[in-house]
Design a protein around this ligand. Structure first.
Ligand code: GAL
Length: 313
């Protein structure tokens, strides 16, 4: 892949193959960004790529497929990675954190049965390595709640949070995870009752927490919103507009922190007719005082000698 990316296109890996990592997440680990995301082709569910510069991506492996090894970690989780009739399930919006205590890479995703969206569950997998060897631990409803679009956020002290849409997407729940990240430990908040927020993405800047989200309109883009909090366990602000009325034809996947002052909004530009041809859009988040602002740029350019990323109209 060249040192220039066109926003909205299907980007390719070092082999020239399309990158299948939608609704995804990135983890910085030992010199590489690991990019995890949905891969709906053939027997795949989640694939992993890695890059040192965010431009040149090496395909690592299909980390969750219909054939992934399964292992229960508690009773009454559903371990099936395909349906009884042989059809595929759905694993959406996979996110991965590294747990310092257990030295495991822990993945959370949104589970559905692939036929309808009634299961509304979360699913967990773990591995000793960032890019292969994942074991699937099954899906469940946290405290019995519905759980759809989701994200993970790891705070500086290692506390981690799972945020997911509940009550048919009407409310957004914030759960604190257990120390091993393998279960929810506490339901912290039920945010924005009846506002139908989806595609949550959390980041921390100058000690404040920001949450981006979309409205609930399936594959069609809509007005992004953001909210701010002084603590992950405290009160969140009201929702304020972020980007334009279609968030520049995107839906949030996650926010990547490059440094204390540089944050990238990483998103999907869905192709509702041909899912595999959905594109990626990365935009810088500007701050006007404390307010996060998104502006559209067509190209992203890597300055190869310095690693600096430029955005161009
Ligand atoms: C979106 C959601 C996506 C996917 C899609 C299916 O609202 O954010 O992750 O579930 O609906 O229609």
């Amino acid at each position: 892949m060249p040192n220039r990316l066109v926003n909205g296109e299907v980007w390719t890996d070092e082999q020239g193959e399309p990158i299948h990592a939608h609704g995804g997440h990135m983890l910085w680990y030992k010199g590489f960004y690991y990019w995890y995301g949905e891969d709906r082709r053939a027997e795949n569910y989640v694939s992993c790529y890695r890059s040192a510069d965010l431009f040149h991506w090496e395909f690592r492996s299909h980390i969750l497929t219909v054939n992934t090894q399964t292992e229960p970690i508690r009773v009454r989780t559903d371990l099936r990675l395909s349906n009884e009739d042989g059809s595929k399930i759905n694993l959406e919006r996979p996110k991965v954190l590294y747990n310092e205590l257990t030295r495991k890479f822990v993945l959370w995703a949104h589970y559905e049965n692939g036929k309808d969206y009634r299961a509304a569950a979360c699913a967990i997998a773990t591995s000793d390595r960032p890019d292969e060897g994942f074991v699937y631990h099954g899906s469940f409803n946290p405290y019995g709640y519905m759980s759809r679009d989701c994200t993970l956020f790891q705070d500086d002290n290692g506390s981690a949070y799972f945020i997911s849409a509940a009550r048919d997407n009407a409310d957004l729940h914030v759960y604190r995870l257990a120390d091993d990240y393998l279960n929810v430990d506490r339901l912290i908040r039920k945010l924005w009752q009846g506002e139908y927020r989806e595609a949550p993405a959390v980041f921390k800047r100058n000690g404040r927490y920001y949450m981006l989200s979309s409205f609930c309109t399936g594959w069609a883009p809509n007005q992004g919103k953001y909210a701010v909090a002084d603590s992950m366990e405290g009160d969140w602000s009201l929702l304020h507009d972020f980007g334009d009325e279609t968030t520049y034809d995107t839906q949030p996947a996650f926010v990547l922190k490059l440094s204390e002052n540089e944050f990238l909004y990483v998103s999907d530009r869905w192709n509702a007719q041909e899912y595999d041809r959905s594109g990626y859009v990365i935009l810088p988040i500007h701050f006007e005082a404390e307010k996060p602002v998104l502006r559209p740029f067509e190209h992203i350019q890597l300055e190869a000698t310095t690693g600096v990323i430029h955005f161009q109209l």
